[in-house]
Write a protein that binds this ligand. Structure first.
Ligand code: MN
Length: 296
């Protein structure tokens, strides 16, 4: 319908992922950051680990490392991971689970394949998103929100052709269980062949889609994008359109959006602050043990 077209955001760009190694040597696909595209305010990084079949004893992870000044959001699709941190938390994440970690002033954590899973091997697939914190929240007390798959709200259209998992924000009448520091939308849509989804996104939000599986047509001008590509939307309307152009394969995408912070970003590995001086302080605080250590 032409009246609908006018409300749809247009596509501002399509970003290809690059392959890179993380932690002990995990191969990840990373649409950003890269030299030509360093951030998408308020988002700092997206990594897709796998999907990959790992032989017994070969699964790799990210041993003890710090974070300060932002949030890490882990969403596991396949496999099993375990984590520990300097605040005394420990837990496991399996298929469908989400961990929303607000590093705030600083935390040291480990993100490893779960021991028994690593021994037997199997399929691994997971995502990690880094969400920047506004200046006022960069030094808040670290916080964890762990949401088991069963507690993540889901919804579907009446015809069942579009399903959504609501990790943050609201979609198809379901609202997320997670609280965010600034307004964030994180939705996992699954569209059956031929299906179309239209998601309201407030005009002030920066919005992108990351294609997990399949191929689709996106935005007002129906731009084609597939597996491993990121679709950036212009802030020119209040709805995002997703269409599964395949007649055989389901389309899985993440729709991620948030209000930009419009603050200076100074990043150095696991620390993301507003000034160079704050980065130097973060490095000193980590070296002096002020972010703690994992000793259990
Ligand atoms: Mn980490």
């Amino acid at each position: 319908m032409t009246t609908q077209t006018q409300t749809m955001r247009t596509v501002a760009g399509i970003i290809n992922s690059v392959q890179t190694l993380e932690g002990e040597g995990m191969l990840v696909r990373r649409p950003f950051p890269k030299s030509t595209f360093t951030e998408f305010d308020p988002f700092l990084l997206l990594d897709e680990l796998g999907p990959v079949d790992v032989a017994p004893g070969q699964a790799k992870g990210a041993p003890d490392h710090p974070h300060r000044g932002f949030e890490t959001v882990s969403y596991i699709l396949e496999g099993s991971f375990e984590h520990k941190d300097s605040q005394g938390h420990a837990g496991k994440l399996s298929a469908g689970d989400v961990q929303w970690m607000t590093a705030g002033a600083g935390v040291v954590h480990s993100e490893m394949p779960e021991r028994e899973f690593a021994q037997s091997g199997g399929r691994i697939h997971g995502l990690q998103l880094w969400v920047n914190l506004p200046s006022r929240d960069k030094m808040i007390k670290p916080r964890y929100q762990e949401i088991a798959a069963a507690r993540i709200p889901t919804a579907q259209t009446d015809d069942g052709l579009v399903k959504v998992k609501v990790i943050a924000g609201e979609a198809l009448g379901s609202r997320s269980a997670i609280q965010t520091q600034t307004p964030i939308m994180y939705l996992h849509f699954t569209l059956q062949p031929g299906a179309i989804a239209v998601q309201p996104v407030p005009k002030e939000y920066n919005a992108f889609i990351y294609v997990l599986n399949g191929e689709g047509l996106f935005g007002a001008e129906k731009e084609l994008a597939g597996d491993g590509q990121m679709v950036l939307f212009a802030k020119d309307a209040e709805e995002v359109a997703i269409a599964n152009s395949s007649n055989a394969t389901p389309l899985d995408v993440l729709l991620i959006a948030g209000v930009p912070l419009n603050e200076p970003v100074v990043r150095y590995g696991p620390f993301v602050m507003n000034t160079e001086a704050e980065i130097i302080q973060a490095i000193a605080d980590y070296r002096n043990g002020r972010m703690g250590s994992i000793d259990f």
